[in-house]
Design a protein around this ligand. Structure first.
Ligand SMILES: NC(=O)c1ccc[n+]([C@@H]2O[C@H](COP(=O)([O-])OP(=O)(O)OC[C@H]3O[C@@H](n4cnc5c(N)ncnc54)[C@H](OP(=O)(O)O)[C@@H]3O)[C@@H](O)[C@H]2O)c1
Length: 225
C-alpha cells in the first residue's frame, strides 16, 4: 500500500460517479476499497485499490463483504455510500415494483451495510451519503420520480439521525448532491461529467462540513433539506 494511509470505502465504484471518485481519490494518494456487484472494477489498475463484491440487496453479500474488509484492514476513514438505483426516474406514477426495488437498494441495503460496517469506521472519520437535490422537501415543484425522491429523502433522515448518534465519536455524516451527472442512471441532458462531480465531492471530503448537513458538490454550498 503506497498512499497517505487514508482508507476510503466507496460502494458502487465500478461505474459513474463512484468510479470517477475512486480514480480521483487514488490520484490524490488515498487508498480505495471499491465495491461492485460482480467483484470487478475493470478500468482502474492500482496498488491503492482493493475490490470487494457487494450487492446491497443480498444479506450474504453484505456479511461476506464486511468480513473480507475486516480481515484485510484495521479500519476505514471514510465511507461513501454511493451505490443507488432510480428505476422510476422521470416516471409520473410510482409503480409498486420500482418503489420496492428502490427502497431495497437505496434505503434498506444502504442502512444495513452501513450499520454492519459502522464500528469499523475510525474515530474522526466521515460518512458521505450520496443523495440528490430531488430529495429536497422545500423545493418540490415536479411530480415525477416518486420512489427515487422518497428513497433519497429517507436517506437524508438517516444522515441526520446517524450524525447525532456519532457525534461523540467525532464521525461526521453528511448528505451530498453530486450534481446532474452523465451516467447510466441519469436522464439525457445531464450537463456534468463524472470527473467534474468527483472533483466536487473530493473538495467536500477535504472541507470541514458541519455534521448532519446537506451539500451540493457542483456549487460547493450547503443545501436546504
Ligand atoms: N447521475 C446523477 O445525475 C445523479 C444525481 C443525483 C444523485 N445521484 C446518485 O449518485 C449515485 C451514483 O449514481 P450514478 O449516477 O453514478 O449511476 P451509476 O453509474 O448507475 O452507478 C450506480 C452504482 O450503484 C451500483 N448498484 C446498483 N444497485 C446496487 C446494489 N443492489 N448493490 C450494490 N451496488 C449497486 C451500480 O452497480 P452496477 O454497475 O452493477 O449496476 C453502480 O456501481 C447514486 O446514489 C445516485 O442516486 C446521481
Amino acid at each position: 500500500m503506497k498512499s497517505n494511509n487514508k482508507i476510503v470505502l466507496i460502494t458502487g465504484a465500478n461505474s459513474g460517479i463512484g468510479n470517477a471518485l475512486a480514480e480521483k481519490l487514488i490520484a490524490e494518494n488515498y487508498f480505495v476499497i471499491g465495491t461492485s456487484r460482480n467483484g470487478k472494477i475493470e478500468n482502474i489498475s492500482s496498488e491503492n485499490l482493493f475490490v470487494v463484491a457487494l450487492d446491497l440487496t443480498d444479506q450474504n453479500s453484505i456479511e461476506n463483504a464486511n468480513s473480507i474488509i475486516r480481515n484485510k484492514f484495521k479500519g476505514i476513514d471514510i465511507l461513501v455510500n454511493n451505490a443507488g438505483i432510480a428505476p422510476d426516474l422521470d416516471k409520473i406514477k410510482p409503480d409498486f415494483e420500482s418503489l420496492k426495488l428502490t427502497f431495497e437498494t437505496n434505503v434498506f441495503g444502504l442502512v444495513n451495510f452501513t450499520e454492519t460496517i459502522l464500528d469499523f469506521v475510525n474515530e474522526n472519520g466521515k460518512i458521505l451519503n450520496i443523495s440528490s437535490i430531488m430529495a429536497t422537501l422545500n423545493q418540490v415543484s415536479k411530480i415525477d420520480s416518486t420512489a427515487y425522491r422518497m428513497s433519497k429523502s429517507a436517506l437524508n433522515m438517516y444522515t441526520k439521525t446517524l450524525a447525532a448518534r456519532l457525534k461523540d465519536k467525532n464521525i461526521n455524516v453528511n448528505s451530498i448532491h453530486p450534481g446532474w451527472v452523465q451516467t447510466k442512471l441519469s436522464t439525457e441532458g445531464a450537463p456534468l461529467t463524472t470527473e467534474f462531480s468527483a472533483n466536487g465531492i473530493f473538495k467536500l471530503i477535504e472541507t470541514e462540513m458541519e455534521t448532519g448537513t446537506f451539500w451540493n458538490a457542483e456549487l460547493q454550498e450547503k443545501m436546504v433539506w
